[in-house]
Design a protein around this ligand. Structure first.
Ligand code: DGL
Length: 220
């Protein structure tokens, strides 16, 4: 089966790798839209325009499933893309807030792009999953995905975006990496949060793709 995967650059390869680990036999097409990176500071309508062009391209290559390997594009556009392309199946990656709350962590930090943090979907995820006694803090990280994409000033940008939470870094027991670029620098982030479990949405997304592929094969 042909599966198209895209992101604003190399971040989505972290999701692609997770999918390939459990579905090695499928045919993959990956678009790294680095010319439009970062997605994280674009408006919803700009994102819909950009992602529609990518979906058209993947569709032209015969993709039946499109994986939006980007939290920003998923939280802002997946519902509109599903309506616009009813003939395709979409799977998106979302900040792993549900997974984090299910670990029983008391103090959770969600790092993501400004676009993801400000999306309605993130608010829904938070309200739906937060359990009593849990504290969830949303931290927009402007510039971090771009720094990772360009391998430029990563450490300085990271220190800058974390400045607000560093005084209490030891208190977080879970950090959600809510942008697919962040797992690429997981070790660097972990150093600031020695007691925290780091979670991302890659494996959950891969499992969803697997279920979808199995269902499609069954119905053929
Ligand atoms: N990697 C993407 C995400 O998961 C987008 C980062 C960006 O381009 O701002 O949000």
């Amino acid at each position: 089966m042909k599966i198209g995967v895209f992101d604003s650059g190399k971040g989505g390869t972290t999701v692609l790798e997770a999918i390939k680990r459990i579905l090695p036999e499928e045919e993959y097409y990956y678009i790294a839209d680095s010319k439009n990176c970062p997605y994280g500071n674009k408006t919803k309508s700009e994102l819909l325009q950009i992602t529609s062009e990518i979906v058209d391209e993947l569709k032209g290559w015969g993709a039946e499933i499109v994986v939006i390997a980007c939290n920003t594009a998923t939280t802002n556009c997946i519902e509109d893309l599903r309506k616009k392309y009813p003939e395709l199946r979409f799977v998106g990656v979302e900040p792993a807030i549900k997974l984090a709350t299910n670990t029983g962590a008391r103090k959770i930090l969600v790092m993501a792009t400004p676009g993801t943090i400000e999306s309605e979907r993130t608010v829904v995820l938070l309200n739906r999953n937060k359990k009593s006694g849990q504290e969830i803090e949303l931290l927009p990280c402007p510039g971090l995905a771009e720094a990772i994409e360009n391998s430029d000033d990563i450490q300085k940008t990271l220190e800058n975006v974390l400045k607000k939470v560093l005084a209490q870094a030891n208190k977080y027991d879970c950090v959600v990496l809510g942008c697919t670029h962040y797992p690429l620098i997981k070790d660097k982030i972990q150093r600031f949060f020695p007691n925290a479990l780091m979670l991302d949405g890659g494996d959950g997304t891969a499992m969803q793709v697997k279920r979808l592929v199995e269902n499609l094969w069954k119905n053929e």
